[in-house]
Design a protein around this ligand. Structure first.
Ligand code: IVH
Length: 665
């Protein structure tokens, strides 16, 4: 399967069961290479084989996800132990069934000497190098360790780590992983340990393999306590349960908590707690009679992709959303799932009408992870990203080199309304005091305002009608709005929320063009004349002002009374410019200047405050707890100053003096 299964597990289990039944009824059809004859997995070239001293078994799966699954298991155990109705309840150890891959850790004299995958149960793969990169796994046991102790458990990836990994893959246009288990399996069997080390993995121990020279406690739960005392991670969500009732209660409690767990589980595991009783029960083929995995509804299912719709997010991102034939997955019925973006959809080879695999785990939005069977040859998509925003009709564009299509009607688009208002009102933008996210929600949700310029039509009477809005705070907001009308061109430009136009670019634009009208009418070529404005930024500005709706909003804002002195922000040639042409990067906490103050001083002196260090950086100004930027500066040989050094630079009469200072740094 090469860590990339073609059908969801639940479907595999069903087909596997069918095949088993068929082979039982018709033994003449059974072949040695039937999947039923193999425990799991295959050896990959590249890893040395490891013969397990004690075979790594699997456990029987109870696919009945109701309480009856637990009741039947307990009844079976009691029958096999020959217990009558009057006999006391059997005591069980109840644990989570982690959804990762099984690993055997071999400790000799307390030192980790080998880590192996399960492989076919008899022979696994030596993955010691990769497993050593998992910080949670001790390389040396605590306390007095026996000569030989093999600890078995599950390597898995937490859900948040998995999401982050896929997010990174997506940003780079790389292949994403179907689920945390595949990502974990891929990392463990990654031939390059450096890559494995970058995939964040976790581990929980759940049992033992070979043991020499150690008196194992006589119950499973006490064995787990001992493993924990040796310094290995054991999941705290476990209990000692009495009889069927105890098992049912555990299954129910964990089922309710499942979505809130930081990792995937596909069920719980019940084990007869007494090792003596385990021995009496023994094994059937390769499965112990004393343990069972009691499943929960699967987190992956197959269904039909009926349509693809476009959803516009708060930031204008257009996301293709799969409209599915409703399917029960991860405990709820799902009929919408994200397809993330066009490129991922294409890489998965998904077409409308296909049978697809949907995954829903935890609080994560359900997603289409692939099609059944896998990607096809000669794939021709039957879906196109719209070229206009389905919410507002503005152009939808993809940035150069970007993965996402976005609506370019930032100020006008209903989907982006709240975000646009919040940004507009922000401290570094129009600085409208009293307009925070709760109020924006209220204003928009109540229908009081629909467009950004309507903000300026709000009066105390209208505002006081809102929930929890007293006359005083209403009056304050109105005053804040009034005050914000006196703006500056860079602030106003920044407030418009044009993609790629941050504060620094806004200032550069204002300085270069001197008036809003000139910026709105500038061609891409003219925009490229502005220092530090590249093709992506230039195109973004041009596209923004090409949307008639955005222009309309700008005009309405001006008509509402927002004004600034034109030409302001253009270079004031009278002021001394000791930092003209210099780029500085601030890092860490300076003793007296705040980040904003330092930045303002640098800019007033004609310099630029940049966010990241490169060869072009003139100086790095480092304060306390300076981090990677300082390292980068040292690496690149960029001169480093402290606050006093910065002040000396600012006081210097010209750029020339500043340059000289660097020599002594
Ligand atoms: S005990 C003899 N306990 O489920 C019993 N297994 O088929 C050996 N698993 O691949 C397994 N959580 O990796 C056990 N708490 C748990 C488990 C667990 C997950 C996995 C294990 C194996 C499969 C069992």
């Amino acid at each position: 399967m090469l860590d990339a299964p073609e059908v969801p597990d639940a479907e595999y289990d069903r087909l596997f069961g069918e095949l088993q039944a068929l082979e039982a009824a018709h033994p003449e059809l059974l072949t040695p290479d039937s999947p039923t004859q193999r425990v799991l997995g295959q050896l990959l070239a590249g890893f040395a084989p490891v013969r397990h001293a004690v075979a790594m078994l699997s456990i029987r799966t109870e696919t009945d996800t109701e309480a009856s699954g637990a009741i039947n298991f307990d009844a079976r155990v009691r029958r096999e132990l020959g217990l009558g109705d009057e006999a006391p309840p059997v005591v069980y150890a109840a644990e989570l069934k982690f959804d990762g891959l099984a690993i055997n850790l071999r400790y000799e004299q307390g030192v980790l000497v080998q880590a192996a995958t399960r492989g076919d149960g008899e022979t696994g793969e030596d993955v010691t190098q990769n497993i050593r990169t998992i910080g949670q796994i001790p390389l040396r046991l605590q306390g007095s360790a026996p000569p030989v102790l093999e600890v078995r458990g599950e390597v898995f990836m937490r859900r948040d780590q998995f999401e982050r990994l896929n997010e990174r893959q997506r940003e780079r246009g790389d292949k994403t992983f179907v689920n945390p288990r595949n990502a974990a399996a891929g990392a463990v069997r990654q031939l390059d340990p450096a890559i494995a080390a970058r995939r964040p993995l976790s581990f929980f121990a759940y049992g033992l393999g070979e043991v020499q020279g150690w008196a194992q406690p006589d119950t499973h739960s006490a064995t787990l306590d001992a493993i924990e005392a040796f310094g290995l991670p054991v999941c705290a969500d476990r209990t000692v349960a009495n009889g069927a009732d105890g098992l049912v209660a555990f299954h129910r409690a964990i089922g309710a908590a499942r979505d809130a767990l930081p990792f995937d589980i596909d069920g719980v595991v019940y084990k007869v707690n007494s090792l003596a009783l385990q021995q009496r029960l023994g094994f059937v083929t390769r499965e112990p009679r004393w343990a069972v995995a009691h499943k929960y509804p699967a987190q992956e299912q197959m269904t039909t992709l009926e349509r693809i719709e476009i959803q516009v997010g708060r930031t204008g991102k257009l996301t293709p959303v799969a409209k599915l034939a409703p399917v029960f997955v991860g405990g709820t019925t799902v009929s919408n799932a994200t397809l993330h973006n066009l490129f991922e959809l294409r890489r998965k080879g998904v077409r409308v009408g296909d049978t697809v695999i949907v995954r829903r785990a935890g609080d994560v939005i359900p997603e289409v992870v692939g099609r059944v069977p896998g990607p096809r040859a000669g794939y021709v998509p039957n879906f196109r990203m719209p070229r206009i925003c389905p919410v507002c009709g503005s152009a939808a564009r993809r940035e150069l080199g970007g993965m996402d299509y976005r609506c370019t009607g930032g100020l006008f688009c209903g989907a982006q309304r709240k975000q646009a208002m919040l940004h507009f009102a922000g401290r570094r933008a129009m600085d409208i005091e009293g307009l925070g996210d709760k109020l924006v929600d209220q204003l928009v949700d109540s229908g009081l305002i629909r467009t950004l310029p309507e903000l300026y039509t709000l009066g105390v009477a209208k505002l006081s009608a809102l929930d929890r809005m007293g006359e005083k705070s209403a009056a304050n907001l109105v005053a804040g709005l009034e005050k914000s009308k006196q703006a500056t061109l860079p602030r106003f430009l920044y407030a418009l929320g044009i993609r790629q136009v941050g504060e620094t670019t806004a200032k550069d634009l204002a300085k270069h063009f001197g008036s809003l009208d000139r910026i709105m009418d500038a061609s891409v070529e003219q925009l490229l004349q502005v220092p530090d404005v590249g093709p992506i930024v230039a195109q973004s500005i041009r596209t923004f002002f090409d949307q008639p709706h955005n222009r309309e909003v700008v005009e309405q804002l001006r008509a509402a009374g927002i004004h600034w002195a034109e030409g302001e922000g253009a270079v004031d040639s009278a002021a001394p410019q000791p930092l003209a042409g210099k780029t500085l990067v601030l890092t860490g906490t300076l003793p007296t200047l705040s980040r904003d103050e330092a930045k303002a001083l640098i800019e007033a002196a004609g310099g630029k405050a940049a966010g990241s260090v490169s060869k072009k950086t003139s100086f790095v100004v480092a304060g306390e707890e300076a981090g990677s930027k300082l390292d980068k500066a040292r690496e690149l040989g960029v001169p480093v100053l402290d606050e006093a050094g910065l002040r000396a630079l600012l006081a210097a009469p010209s750029g020339g003096a500043a340059t000289e200072m660097t020599a002594s740094d």
